[in-house]
Design a protein around this ligand. Structure first.
Ligand code: ZN
Ligand code: ZN
Length: 425
């Protein structure tokens, strides 16, 4: 029954309602193909969650997964999730998302730090697809992240070609998995050329990729950046200009990262600031191009140009800003992905993400109430305080009590490098 409800929600997109209902806990055991020997490569630093299955060389077995051990999935028009591990095979990302109660997720479709990776196997692909179905995930809410090595703005022809091949390979993997979106960092001038030259290279590569993947539905999604060095895309106008040069407009979009926009100088802390930022995005890019968001707090101040992700409510953006975002109907029906530190180097339970997702879902279901102007400010403040306290406690339990200091020792490695990897090649 619960599964049916989730399916319906996905199909209908739930675009209009602003109420959020708790779905009943999924208690049925679903048959999900478990891959045991298809460890194509280690895509991240983390281990996959399904290691307890029996090992048999060369074939996959079908085993029941007890979904009752997974947290409840909330039905909401705001599709909150996280960038989860695909270690052991892309199909494991689907389970990892479900394990933390995510309604959306991101993953790497190959090693994010290698130029070439073994191709996806038929088994990877079929298992990914069957798990998507069994666990009621709609491809519309899956936002794969591209390799960090890719720089389509590289002025060097040979190096740009290398990046393009890596980019094209990512797109083909997304297509094979039945996915519809592909998020990547636009690129860098490397300080060698004017931004406009790199922007044209990026648009040319996107146009070429569309020609090289005829019939594919995958939308190329440019991410806004924090603005350090020679990186393209911290200014919405640059993203808009790249899109203007793309021929097939239905296959290009933008993902807005809250940490990046804040670091780039868009002050989204107040509701007015958030609204004027969205207005600026609409003016320079167009809201119809918004295909996803990355929800991250920031370890550094507004305009710092530093890309340092922090947990929701713990950084400089503050939890109130996420309340505005999660009350905004314009942010419904797109993947809203956490790329926050998970801290859990040993347990791998990803409790921090599960808690952040829970808190964001609470915000989306009750923001109207929380932000009701008639409420005394101290009552509203106390509610935010208690939600933040919840997050802090889980971070501490995960061994990340020092998150505020930004030492980074316990930050999930893949995402920590995400923060640092502004220098594309
Ligand atoms: Zn990114
Ligand atoms: Zn991001």
């Amino acid at each position: 029954m619960a599964k049916r409800k989730l399916d319906e929600g996905n199909e209908q997109g739930e675009a209009s309602g602003s109420t959020v209902r708790r779905s009943t806990r999924v208690t049925k055991k679903a048959k999900v193909v478990i891959l045991e020997n298809q460890i194509v490569e280690k895509m991240g630093e983390e281990v996959e969650i399904e290691k307890t299955q029996t090992k048999k060389k060369g074939k996959a077995s079908t085993q029941a997964i007890d979904l009752s051990s997974f947290p409840e999935r909330v039905e909401s028009p705001w599709k909150v999730g996280a960038h989860v591990s695909a270690a052991g095979g892309v199909e494991n990302a689907v389970l990892n998302a479900s394990k933390i109660g995510a309604n959306a997720f991101a993953l790497f479709v190959k090693s994010q730090r290698k130029w070439t990776s073994p191709p996806l196997t038929e088994l990877n692909i079929s298992s990914f697809k069957s798990r998507m179905k069994e666990l009621s995930y709609n491809p519309k809410y899956v936002l794969p992240h591209g390799s960090y090595l890719i720089n389509l703005g590289n002025p060097d022809n040979e190096k740009r070609e290398k990046s393009y091949q890596c980019f094209l390979d990512d797109l083909k993997r997304c297509d094979a998995l039945g996915l519809e979106l592909y998020n990547f960092h636009p690129g860098s001038t490397l300080g060698i050329v004017e931004p406009s030259v790199s922007m044209t290279h990026i648009a040319d590569c996107i146009n070429r990729s569309h020609r090289d993947t005829p019939g594919s539905k995958v939308v190329v999604v440019l991410e806004n950046m924090a603005g350090s060095g020679n990186i393209i895309g911290s200014d919405f106008a640059q993203l808009g200009e790249i899109i203007r040069q793309v021929e097939e407009k239905s296959r290009v979009g933008v993902c807005l990262d809250t940490c990046h926009m804040f670091a780039a100088g868009y002050d989204i802390r107040s509701k007015e600031g958030w609204n004027s930022t969205v207005k600026s995005f609409d003016t320079h890019v167009g809201l119809k191009y918004l295909r996803g968001m990355h929800l991250n707090d920031s370890k550094t101040e507004c305009g710092s140009k530093k890309d340092r992700h922090d947990n929701i409510g713990v950084g400089h953006i503050s939890i109130q800003a996420f309340a505005h975002i999660l009350a905004d109907p314009r942010m419904q029906d797109i993947p809203l992905i956490l790329e926050t530190p998970s801290h859990e180097e040993t347990s791998k339970n990803w409790n921090v993400w599960a808690k952040e997702i829970e808190v964001l879902n609470v915000l989306s279901s009750s923001t109207l109430e929380i932000l009701e102007p008639s409420e005394p400010t101290d009552v509203v403040g106390a509610r935010f305080d208690s939600l933040m306290q919840d997050i802090r406690e889980v971070i501490k339990a995960a061994g990340g009590g020092k998150a505020k200091t930004g030492t980074g020792a316990s930050v999930q490695r893949g995402l920590k490098k995400d923060s640092k990897k502004e220098g594309q090649e």
